[in-house]
Design a protein around this ligand. Structure first.
Ligand code: TUI
Length: 315
């Protein structure tokens, strides 16, 4: 068994969070991960408070284990959804794509544990000062909206900078990834892409097939000009975005508009051509879809084996 400050702090059998992926992380996936001993997370994404309340109610029907909610801070409904998290007394909230400071006092008041995704040391220090009880250090191997640093450089620097447990994310899809970030000082992992290929994940099969056939060099990053870089699989949508991004005749407004609805088209409509297939670099390491429970147990059994083996090299 691998028990860490993260499994203890959040009452988990395994120190693993499921990423709060927009248009993907619903009650079905979150309850499956929580039932398997990790922390399932529902994404509030760009939808409103009623959607979130509905997903929370469904998740409570499907699990009696703890689960979390992710607030995407760029959402126009972030404030309304942040209030739902407090009202529903969700045990853990994670945040992404911005600074959550304005909501932290309300969450702490309601007894919600706050765990922001952080892309740098400065932001990690800031959220801990504001009341975060752990942070998710996400490297740019991750899918979707990313920072600049890699997991291997970001995690140890954040471990040194803050006195709360660090959860590593970005590029972790198997036991080797888990073992490696534990060596860097992390006490848990968050996986997004690996759970896209969970049996309980409700994205279309064609999206899962793209993951299973992805090669190492098949993702690309666009959106730097807008200040929010996004990693996704190379396809005509991403290539078109990259072209528009380089064209000075195209305004930022027009570029933003081109981005609107693209993830929804891929994740909900199965549009693999004009949709944005957000996945991390770990996509090409994933060879099969599995139930969430098997993903977690296999990953941690492998991590344990690796750590036992490596201690034999030490004398
Ligand atoms: O949030 C994510 N990943 C996401 S959000 C998302 S929805 C979206 N769609 C299109 C464009 C943009 C977003 C898809 N994937 N991961 C967590 C994460 N948070 N990664 C990086 C950050 C982050 C970045 C800056 C956290 C804080 C931060 O603060 C600096 C600031 O100035 O806000």
């Amino acid at each position: 068994m691998i028990k860490t400050g993260v499994s203890e702090l959040f009452g988990l059998e395994y120190p693993i969070f499921q990423g709060g992926m927009a248009w993907v992380a619903d009650a079905a996936l979150a309850s499956a991960v929580s039932n398997a001993g990790g922390l399932g997370i529902i994404s509030a994404m760009n939808l409103d408070a009623d959607y979130l309340r509905g997903q929370i109610a469904q998740c409570r029907e499907m699990t009696d284990k703890p689960f979390g909610v992710n607030i995407m801070l760029m959402s126009p409904h972030a404030e309304a959804c942040a209030k739902v998290v407090a009202e529903e007394k969700i045990p853990v909230v994670t945040t992404g794509a911005g600074l959550p400071g304005r909501f932290i006092p309300m969450w702490l008041e309601a007894g919600v544990k706050v765990v922001p995704v952080v892309p740098s040391v400065a932001i990690a220090k800031r959220v801990v000062r504001e009341g975060a009880c752990a942070v998710i250090a996400e490297g740019c191997e991750a899918g979707g909206h990313i920072g600049e640093l890699t997991t291997i450089t970001l995690v140890p620097q954040i471990v040194d900078a803050v006195d709360v447990p660090v959860i590593a994310a970005g590029g972790i899809a198997d036991g080797r990834g888990v073992a490696s970030v534990l060596m860097l000082g992390a006490q848990g992992v968050q996986c997004g892409t690996r759970f896209l290929a969970a049996d309980e994940c409700t994205i279309p099969q064609c999206f899962k097939d793209k993951i299973l056939t992805a090669r190492d060099i098949d993702t690309m990053v666009t959106g730097r000009r807008l200040g929010h870089p996004v990693r996704a699989l190379k396809n005509s949508y991403m290539q078109e975005f990259a072209k528009k991004e380089k064209d000075p005749a195209i305004s930022n407004e027009e570029l933003e508009k081109f981005g609107t609805g693209a993830l929804w088209r891929a994740a909900r409509q199965g549009d693999m051509v004009t949709g944005c297939i957000m996945v991390g670099q770990a996509a090409s390491m994933i060879k099969e879809t599995l139930p969430a429970r098997d993903i977690i147990t296999t990953m941690f059994a492998e991590a344990e084996q690796i750590m036992k083996k490596t201690t034999q090299w030490v004398s």
